[in-house]
Design a protein around this ligand. Structure first.
Ligand code: ADP
Length: 818
């Protein structure tokens, strides 16, 4: 069996070591595996054999050191890192070139632990070979690494098969013709020549250096060189060079490095809070992995179609010259994009600008200037790339690589810039969202203000109409026809008022302006109040007038159950539901009440009216939905009551629903959480109110009101009480009057006033006379009004249109001093 066969058979799993004196010149990967060494090259043989079993060490060493030129073989044991004993079979092929001082050998080793018992196998693997230099050449020729020999001048004298394949030249071409350094790329060639020279001159023993090699067709790849001197008869004969292809390793290293860079940059982009930071981050990082480059990062403004330099590097030493050429600092240079340039930027690929700066700057910088800049900066290649996302251009970059710089890693740059595009796009969306939010908030504010103003504007004239009509009704000797007409004015006015209130409520619920005020109150008082309201309600009486026989019942658990909720809103919901029941019921009964069930209170309103089709019982809670508009027209209605009720119930944390049978009647239910009140509440106000008399001959009331009609209304309402009335039509005058007339017992203060508003005037009056009761009157029915009045120092609050009875009752309370 000859050497070639041995190599071919053993090459997969056997260790192949080529030694030069006692240093390893080449070792294949299996060597690491068999002898457990970390490094394969440039280590001493003793490192490889340090794992040899102590009992076998002596024999192996003497075997390796033997100068015999005969092929030998030996079996010995090694101890692995895991302390496992393994049997190794090594064969040594002395391969020292003829007449050489050096001792070179090839050692083939196989792990034979598994097959040691089987002698037959061993016998089969036994080899014999002639011990000549020829055999060494055969071995090196077949080695999977690239091996070269040169003469003392560096001209190639030998090249193995692997190298021939790799460099694509054909052996005839370069033996004795080509210099080894011509296999190294232009940019590294000088460095390599210097390195080889140092080895030749024995000035260096560094044997591992990395370069970029270049093949005949121009393919470039990373290599590591291991170089030793060769001698024959003490005379230097040239260099022995082992070349390892580092492409895969370099690729893996670069890949890992770039991957780690890109994953970090993706996170970093998320933390950058503004565009400027993003552009600077892009520039700084590009500089990191493009050496010897000029980097310019631009932002692009779509509105002005210009680009502004946001980052520039690699020009520090040329700033003055650049200023001379450009006429201003490079960073102050705004670029108007040419159509051609924009196109190159819009692609999300790095593009080589073949014409150099000329192509980039034609419209901005003259050709002559562009050339001068290129020369000044010593730039060989220009790459450009746009920062693009969703077809939108956010900016771009130009990388100018100087001659002899490493080629740029376009793939990593493209991914990185892709991330930058996402970051800038996200920032733009964020900014748009913030703008949209501000606009939405502003429009919300405007909407609420509009609703408040509308409410005020509508209520003020209505106050005049209703107030005067109410006063007319109290007149003695009024003609009965006029009385009927005035009653109709009051009725229409009230419908209009409730319509305004409904619209306001819907707007408030929608604008989330409806406030819930939870307070403790006695539930049964609320039910009683409702009963008293409806037992005299026009809708109820009217039906009775026409002999519609409806029985109004209210069912409530006994006892003073106090709960915490918003009594005003509960009342509002009940009023909506009971009014509807009265509207849609001609005969039978209307029953309302509540029951408590665990932690829930269920309120209900049942009627024996016309009922609602099953498929409409959910729909009617939507705005403006009415089951039968002709019927509704008869009863009046806007289709808003149930929508408002639903909105309010939701705000009270409950549910509302309807069960109904057409022609038989409907039941409306709504729930709220049952939160018992822990404080006792006494409710004796209504009795007091009933006992009030309205004769105030000795009292003076200051009415602060700017609207003449409204003042007339109040004056008329108070006329029969004989109270003395003083009028002020703005806040400042009100203060003057309070100072001038200490006999004033009470102030009726309008809130919206010219010069100084009612709330401010109230605060000032409080400073003059803290005891003086002030009742605010306002047409602005929006939330918080009552609170604002009380805060300013008002004792109470009355809303416009003013209800005469309510006005008199409230004044009576404060005049009586209770
Ligand atoms: P409105 O009563 O102002 O039309 P609502 O929102 O209060 O508006 O009611 C919506 C519709 O639901 C009514 O138009 C009517 O068709 C129906 N509806 C409400 N309550 C009853 C009821 N108790 N009986 C029959 N139909 C009712």
């Amino acid at each position: 069996m000859d050497v070639e066969n041995v190599l071919l058979r053993g090459i997969e799993s056997d260790s192949i070591i080529v030694t030069d004196n006692k240093e390893i010149f080449h070792a294949n990967p299996s060597t690491t595996y068999i002898f457990g060494i970390e490094k394969q090259v440039a280590i001493d043989m003793s490192d490889v054999f340090s794992c040899i079993h102590p009992n076998d060490r002596e024999i192996v060493e003497s075997w390796v050191n033997s100068t015999s030129k005969v092929q030998k073989q030996l079996q010995f044991r090694i101890v692995t890192k895991e302390q496992e004993e393994r049997w190794i079979w090594s064969r040594i092929f002395p391969a020292t070139p003829e007449n050489s001082e050096d001792r070179r050998m090839v050692i083939l080793s196989s792990d034979i632990s598994e097959m040691r018992e089987n002698d037959e196998v061993l016998k089969q693997r036994e080899i014999t070979a002639r011990t000549t230099e020829e055999k060494y050449k055969v071995l090196t020729t077949l080695l999977p690494e690239m091996i070269f020999e040169t003469d003392p001048a560096g001209i190639l004298t030998y090249i193995n098969l692997k190298a021939i394949d790799t460099f694509e030249y054909g052996s005839d071409f370069y033996i004795n013709k080509l210099k080894f350094t011509e296999l190294i790329s232009k940019e590294d060639r000088l460095r390599c020549s210097k390195f080889l020279k140092r080895i030749i001159d024995k000035k260096s023993d560094v044997s591992e250096v990395e370069y970029i090699a270049v093949t005949k067709s121009g393919r470039k790849f990373h290599v590591a060189l291991y170089v030793t001197r060769m001698y024959a008869k003490n005379e230097f004969t040239g260099l022995n060079i082992l070349m390892l292809d580092k492409t895969v390793q370099k690729h893996v290293e670069n890949y890992q490095e770039n991957l780690s860079f890109l994953s970090k940059s993706a996170l970093n982009f998320l933390t950058l809070s503004n565009d400027d930071d993003i552009f600077i981050f892009v520039g700084k990082n590009l500089s990191k992995f493009t050496s010897k480059s000029v980097i310019i990062v631009f932002s692009y403004d779509q509105n002005t179609d210009t680009s502004i330099i946001r980052y520039i590097s690699g020009i520090v030493s040329y700033v003055d010259e650049l200023m001379d050429i450009l006429g201003k600092a490079p960073e102050q240079f705004d670029i108007k994009l040419t159509e051609k340039f924009r196109k190159t930027w819009l692609s999300d690929k790095t593009l080589k600008q073949l014409d150099g700066l000329e192509n980039i700057f034609t419209d901005n910088v003259s050709l002559e200037k562009a050339r001068r800049i290129e020369k000044l900066l010593n730039i060989e290649t220009f790459h450009s790339m746009g920062i693009v996302r969703d077809g939108k251009l956010f900016g771009g970059l130009i990388i100018g690589t100087k001659s002899r710089a490493k080629p740029i890693d376009t793939q990593t740059i493209e991914t990185f810039i892709y991330q930058a595009g996402i970051a800038l796009h996200r920032k733009q969306i964020d900014n748009e969202l913030v703008k949209a939010k501000l606009i939405a908030e502003e429009s919300d504010r405007l909407k609420s203000a509009f609703v408040a103003n509308m409410s005020h504007e509508l209520r003020t004239p209505l106050n005049g109409i209703l107030g005067l009509a109410q006063v007319m009704l109290t007149a003695d000797n009024i003609d009965s026809e006029i009385k009927t007409n005035v009653k109709m004015i009051v009725e229409s006015g009230n419908s209009l008022l409730s319509l305004i209130e409904d619209i306001m409520d819907v707007s408030k619920i929608e604008a989330e302006q409806m406030k819930i005020k939870n307070t403790p109150f006695i539930l049964n008082s609320l039910i009683d109040q409702l009963y008293s309201i409806f037992s005299v309600h026009p809708l109820y009486l009217q039906k009775n007038d026409k002999q519609k026989n409806i029985k109004l019942k209210c069912i409530k658990p006994s006892g003073n159950i106090s709960i915490i909720s918003d009594p005003d809103r509960l009342k509002q919901i009940f009023i909506n539901l009971i009014s509807n029941a009265l509207k849609f019921t001609q005969k039978g009964f209307i029953e309302f009440g509540y029951y408590i069930d665990n932690n829930k209170i269920t309120f209900y309103v049942k009627d024996s009216g016309i009922g609602i089709p099953k498929n409409k019982t959910a729909e009617i809670f939507e705005r403006f939905i009415q089951v039968d508009s002709t019927l509704v027209r008869r009863f009046k209605g806007t289709g808003l009551g149930l929508a408002i009720s639903k909105g309010l119930v939701t705000l009270l944390d409950g549910n509302i629903w309807c069960e109904s049978e057409l022609g038989k009647g409907s039941s409306f239910f709504f729930t709220i959480p049952y939160i018992p009140a822990t404080v006792s509440i006494f409710d004796n106000k209504s009795q007091k109110e009933q006992d009030m008399t309205y004769l105030w001959d000795n009292n003076t009331i200051l009415v602060v009101e700017d609207d003449v009609i409204n003042f007339k209304v109040i004056e008329a309402m108070l006329r029969k009480t004989n109270a003395k009335i003083i009028h002020a039509d703005n806040g400042l005058k009100a203060i003057e009057k309070v100072k001038l007339y200490p006999q004033i017992d009470l102030v009726l203060m309008d809130v919206h006033l010219p010069e100084m508003n009612g709330l401010e005037a109230t605060s000032k009056i409080m400073e003059i006379n803290p005891e003086l009761p002030i009742i605010a009157q306002t047409a602005n029915a929006m939330s918080d009004d009552r609170d604002k009045c009380i805060e300013a120092g008002c004792m109470d609050y009355i809303s416009k249109p003013i209800d005469m009875k309510e006005l008199l009752t409230k004044i009576a309370i404060y005049l009586s001093g209770e």
